[in-house]
Every structure is written in C-alpha cells, then in structure tokens.
Design a protein. Structure first.
Length: 325
C-alpha cells in the first residue's frame, strides 16, 4: 500500500453533495442488486463533521534539536510535502488550502519537539520522493509505505501501520469478496502507490496480477489516477468497478459517503508507514525518530491518531528503514 483521500473527497465537493452532477460524476443510484439477487438499500452519507486539527502543547527538546542538520536549522523551518487528497491522513477542506489530518498534526508535533516551524506543501504523490531527492522538500509525510525499493532513494522513520482495502459501489454490484474477484475487472488506484503496482505488476508484493494468473483468470485492467479524489469520482461514475487504497482511507470514505461506497472483503498486506527524509540529511532521521518516540512516550502520538480515527494503526516503536518487502 501506500497509499495510498469530502471528506475523503472534500477536494471535489462536500460530503452531502459529494457526487452531484456539479462534481462531474454520475448521480444515478446503484441498481439495488448486489449481484447475488438480494436487494440492497444504500445508506446515507454521514453528517458528522470532520475531526478538527489539534492544538497541542508540545515542549521543545534542546538535545534533539541539536541533532537537526545546520542546513535545515538555518531558517528554523521544516518543509514537508504531502498529497492533500487522502483523508483522514492528509487533506484539505472545501474552500481552504490548509493541509490538515493525522500526518499534518503529527508532523507539526515533531517540529515542536525539534524546535522547528513546520510548513506543509501540497504536492503530487508520485513526485514527492523525487522532490525530496532534488532538495525541493526536506521531508515527506503522505501515507508512504516504507518499502525496500523506496529505501533506495530516501530514508524512512516508521510511525503507523496500515493495510490495503478494496472499495466498491454501494451494494457491491460485482459481488467482490476476494482478490481473485478483481480478475478481469477495471480497478483503479492512485498513481505512484503500491496498490497500482499490485494491480499492474506480476512481481509486486501482494500482486493481484499474479493471483489472477495463478487462478487461470485474466488480470484486472489497472487504471491509475493523479489523486485519490479522482479515483473516488471514477468509481462513483462507474468508470471503474473497484479501487484499492490504504485501509484508513477506505474506512474513512465509507463513513463519510455511506450512500455511495462500501468496503469489500478484509484488509490485506499490512505494512509500516514512514516519514520520508533525504539520505543526505545527516542525523535528521535519528532526530525525527527520537522525536516520534518522545511523542509516543508522552501520549501525544496516540492522542493525534485517535483524534483522526486511525488509532488501530498505532505502533510501539519508531524505526529507521524497517520495510518488510
């Protein structure tokens, strides 16, 4: 996974009018048949407000701040890139450019521990790691799964664990329950994600292509989209049959758009998220790792995760480059 985003779809329109014609998506309701002959009545979108960013009183740790490289410390600011279309992890609300979410609150708390102001910059997900390498950003917090391939270009400090889930239209018209039920269907994912790799590459960890081949079935037709909001709109409009994304994002979308989507099957391929840092940043990864551990120890970390509804993904220890595949 990794990502791997209204309020998952706030970038398109509000949850109540999420897929109205003004959003460019179909307003046609599902047929009401789930593929197995039984009726299904779509639910209603949640009218609960999104969680609010936390105002956290986090003390600076001068010893940890001293580990921050001079190149970052010079202006007192840490520039973090995120693709803000992946609620509840990182997203913007309607009529606002402020990036909020679990990653935003955690990144700002890390900055406070290190004595740094944090500036989040909205960027395309599939360009963030290259931007870190090129020096445009000093870090990336955008629901990145820590993978061995990504560790070749950046370092990671782990801070959460998440799996991959499959989303379908309400009433599950294609009756998707298992991975091989995706075979031969049009399945979407955000560009640059491990989910898109799973849908298009036979050698990817958790490959759907391989699972279909082993079952003597046609692979899915993988469709990549620039943002998760685009993936959601494509599913509702019927341009794809299902999509794959990180489990916290799928769970959040189901809550916010109960009249449109439902989750199919169980989450798979659990793996750690990592804060991406340039390999040229000296002791920055150790400083960030220590800051995350400090937030874990004082309870701030869990408070942030619980506020955004992702507390089930909490881990006990932050590690450097801890990819499992």
């Amino acid at each position: 996974m990794s990502r791997t985003r209204l309020s998952v779809l706030t970038a398109l329109c509000t949850a109540a009018t999420l897929f109205a014609a003004g959003c460019g998506a179909s307003t046609e309701k599902p047929s009401g048949d789930n593929g197995g002959g039984s009726g299904c009545t779509p639910g209603k979108a949640s009218d609960l407000p999104d969680p609010k960013p936390l105002s956290l009183d986090v003390a600076a740790d001068s010893a940890l701040g001293a580990q921050v490289p001079a190149s970052i410390k010079a202006d007192g600011k840490l520039v973090i890139a995120a693709d803000a279309s992946y609620a509840p992890n990182e997203f913007t609300q309607e009529n606002s450019e402020e990036i909020i979410g679990m990653d935003a609150d955690l990144g700002k708390a890390i900055g406070k521990v290190l004595g740094l102001e944090v500036e989040f910059v909205n960027a395309s997900f599939d360009g963030i790691l290259a931007g870190i390498q090129a020096g445009r950003y000093e870090a990336g917090m955008s629901s990145f799964t820590d993978t061995k391939e990504r560790e070749q270009t950046v370092d990671f400090v782990t801070y959460l664990e998440a799996g991959t889930s499959t989303m379908v239209r309400k009433c599950n018209p294609k009756n998707i329950k298992t991975t091989t039920d995706l075979c031969g269907l049009k399945v979407g994912a955000e560009n640059g994600t491990t989910q898109l790799d799973q849908l298009s590459k036979e050698d990817a960890e958790g490959s759907v292509v391989k699972a279909c081949k082993d079952a003597s079935k046609e692979p899915p037709t993988a469709q990549g989209f620039p943002k998760q909001t685009d993936v959601n709109a494509a599913l509702q409009a019927g341009r794809i049959d299902a999509y794959m994304a990180d489990s916290p994002v799928v769970d959040y979308a189901v809550k916010k758009t109960g009249d449109a989507f439902e989750k199919a099957g169980e989450a798979t391929d659990s793996a750690p998220y990592g804060i991406a840092l340039p390999k040229s940043a000296g002791g920055m990864k150790e400083a960030v790792q220590a800051a995350v551990k400090k937030l874990m120890d004082d309870g701030t970390y869990k408070k942030i995760l619980d506020n955004w509804g992702v507390g089930d993904g909490a881990i006990d220890d932050a590690k450097i480059n801890d990819a499992i595949y």
